[in-house]
Design a protein around this ligand. Structure first.
Ligand code: FAD
Ligand code: NAI
Length: 468
């Protein structure tokens, strides 16, 4: 029986990063993955394929909606969805190959099969053909991720009533895509098909879309998505969804008014969050405890109640984001190796890859109000940005929240072109505890979208905005 310093269960961004860092630190490491492809949700059915389709569909949308204004004539434009999906599959395959290479490079033993505890130091791997083998380990990192959350009254048939996984490989462009949940998945995958010509209806339980972000972002994003064919039914609670042949019927009730809503579409995407994946992991055999909602309970060191067993990523508390899982993978590996790592959860940025993009870091205005923290606001609209006018992307703004006494930046909320990248500057600024004036006094290349962050900081610094 092979014995390891550490075994990682799950090869998503949490697991594979932890394995690489452990190997770098000289630990004999193995990783167990139940699927043949490494990379987890993120690489196979999450971040990477969704971004590939978002990019393809955005090209089509630009070609059909803005090329003419740019003076570019295109005739006979059409979508080859099969090819678009194939390109996405190729991107995924290349990315997964990269992880295989990294496992080899770092001399990490890879076991394909379902991992489960038989006791706190023994992991059984059950292969696809039913054969098993056992591995001994001093430390285990559970990085088994998450799966789509079910909803009462909705039976996922994976054909007409689908999750994000099926939405990434549809064989036709829906005529009318119904989406339950106005969160990140619903809006990103809804964008893909809206850009390709689908009518998209989003039924959201709360009174805003992307409810965990600063409210101003949800409002602005809603306007932007309505322009590309989205209809929103906010404060609606879904009672049932039924598929009959090629039709899907959704019934919901409006919150306050109690009015009944019926929508007929050809596909319905359920995207109301994700739940931790711990099925048949044998947690009880290792004595590992979960908290409410099934997430594995961990200490500040990401250690479970059992010494030497850690858990990271979507399977534990916090934002279900790939880069959060990666940080935790790095953290646990270094902790096991005796180092003193650190994670600042406030500074894990959140991004929505719609167009226009949404990105945020730090506290929202709602959180600051709740904390009774006094703050000032500086805002800059992209319509005042020369760069945004040049690219015809003038929707959106950047909002900076800074401490009203010390001027320290407390939160940055962006909606606009390429803000998924612009947010990195705000993260660095906050990590170094910059004031709004610090950023306002730094030269930013012209013309760039990043200048808008400087302008928002100028606005927060005693209203010194130059270009509005
Ligand atoms: P996962 O990536 O879920 O990996 C867990 C792995 O463990 C899986 O491969 C699973 O097969 C394996 N596993 C589970 N149980 C066992 C077992 N018992 N034995 C062996 N293997 C097991 N996040 C972002 O930050 N940016 C994005 O743009 C983004 N886009 C997304 C788009 C979609 C459509 C979805 C669904 C998610 C997206 N996410 C995004 C979220 C991101 O994918 C997750 O937060 C991230 O993958 C979590 O990483 P993880 O390592 O915790 O788990
Ligand atoms: P989510 O938590 O982002 O959004 C779920 C939405 O569904 C919320 O707006 C919620 O109010 C709503 N909802 C909940 N119950 C409902 C009901 N009964 N009826 C109608 N609406 C209801 O979850 P989502 O979109 O499923 O994404 C799952 C996870 O994947 C997220 O935590 C996210 O972090 C991650 N992800 C991240 C991406 C990114 O970083 N760009 C992209 C896609 C997913």
């Amino acid at each position: 029986m092979s014995t390891y310093d550490a075994i990682v269960i799950g090869s998503g961004p949490g697991g594979y990063v932890a394995a690489i860092r452990l190997a770098q630190l000289g630990k004999k490491t193995a990783i167990i993955e139940r699927y043949t492809a490494l990379g987890g949700t993120c690489l196979n059915v999450g971040c990477i394929p969704s971004k590939a389709l978002l990019d393809s569909s955005e090209h089509y949308h630009q070609a059909t909606h803005t090329f003419e204004t740019h003076g570019i004539q295109v005739k006979g434009l059409s979508v080859d969805l099969k090819k678009m999906i194939q390109r996405k599959n190729d991107v995924v395959a290349q990315t997964v190959d990269g992880i295989n290479y990294l496992m080899k490079k770092n001399k990490i033993d890879v076991y394909h099969g379902h991992g489960s505890f038989t006791d706190p130091n023994t992991i059984k791997v059950t292969k696809e053909d039913g054969s098993t083998l056992e591995l001994k380990t001093n430390n285990t990192i559970i990085a088994t991720g998450s799966k789509p959350s079910p909803l009462k009254g909705v039976t996922i048939d994976k054909k007409r009533i689908i999750t994000s996984t099926e939405a990434l490989k549809l064989e036709e462009i829906p005529k009318h895509l119904l989406i339950i949940g106005g969160g990140v998945i619903g809006l990103e995958l809804g964008s893909v098909y809206a850009r390709l010509g689908a009518k998209v209806s989003v039924v959201e339980y709360l009174d805003t879309i992307i409810p965990s972000m600063d409210r101003s972002l949800g409002k602005e994003l809603q306007k932007s998505l309505q322009k590309i064919g989205f209809t929103f039914y906010l404060q609606h609670s879904v009672n049932s969804v039924e598929a009959k042949g090629k039709e899907v019927l959704l019934k919901a009730t409006a919150g306050k008014a109690g009015k009944e809503l019926e929508l007929t579409g050809d596909y319905c995407l359920l995207a109301v969050g994700r739940i931790p994946y711990t099925e048949n992991l044998g947690l009880e055999k290792a004595g590992v405890l979960s908290e409410e909602r099934g997430r594995i309970a961990v200490s500040e060191q990401m250690e479970t109640n059992v010494k030497g067993i850690y858990a990271i990523g979507d399977v534990v508390k916090g934002a279900m984001l790939a880069h959060k899982a990666e940080e935790e993978g790095m953290f646990v590996a270094e902790h096991i190796a005796g180092q003193k790592p650190h994670i600042n959860y406030l500074l894990i940025p959140g991004v929505v890859y719609t167009w226009t993009e949404v990105a945020a870091v730090g506290y929202t205005e709602e959180e600051l109000k709740k904390m009774n923290r006094t703050y000032k606001t500086g805002s800059f609209p992209f319509k005042a940005s020369g760069r945004a006018r040049a690219s015809m992307d003038t929707d959106g703004f950047i909002k900076v929240l800074a401490d009203s006494v010390t001027d320290e930046i407390l939160g940055v909320h962006m909606i606009g072109p390429r803000v998924a990248d612009v947010i990195a500057e705000a993260v660095v600024a906050m990590e170094f505890r910059a004031s709004a004036e610090d950023i306002a006094r730094i030269s930013h290349a012209h013309p760039t979208y990043t200048e808008s962050f400087k302008e928002a900081c100028l606005a927060a610094t005693a209203n010194r905005s130059v270009h509005i």
